[in-house]
Design a protein around this ligand. Sequence first.
Ligand code: HEM
Length: 140
Amino acid sequence: MDNHNIALVQATFHAVVPVADEFSAAFYAHLFELDPSLRWMFSDDLTLQRMKLVDELTAIVETVGRLPVLVARTTELGRRHVDYGVEPHHYDLVLDALMHAFGVCIPDRMTPEAVVSWRRAYNLVAETMLYGAAHGSAPV
Ligand code: HEM
């Protein structure tokens, strides 16, 4: 992740916030199509779904440029996700659903570079969450 990747992730996140309802609908529809058994994990309330998704994106965008903060937060976040019933293979499905929703909602902003930047940011966060899920918080 270089500074350009970080700037692209932040800029595309800001472009999505005004269309968060549409983004959320596209994300969850695609996620549940990929794995209908994930439905039980999430609320049926569309507002709550949207807020959770914005929280999830915010967690990525806020920390991606600050590695020590990122690791401290995401290892804890990963531990909590075990309690939510999240399994390692679910992370790939969420990445697919996110990229799908970006493509639907802000197609013009999702240049190949922006796509690569989001994949890198997501994978960085997801891998450190999985570390936390497997080993607990990162040692300091
Ligand atoms: C990079 C990946 C992810 C990030 C940054 C992320 C972020 C978050 C955040 C910030 C919350 C709010 C609650 C808390 O802080 O503990 C949350 C809740 C939750 N996440 Fe994730 N998450 C990710 C991946 C996933 C995956 C792969 C799944 C499973 C499909 C998942 C399912 C959930 C559920 C079920 C909740 C709580 C229930 C709810 O509030 O609806 N998340 N996530």
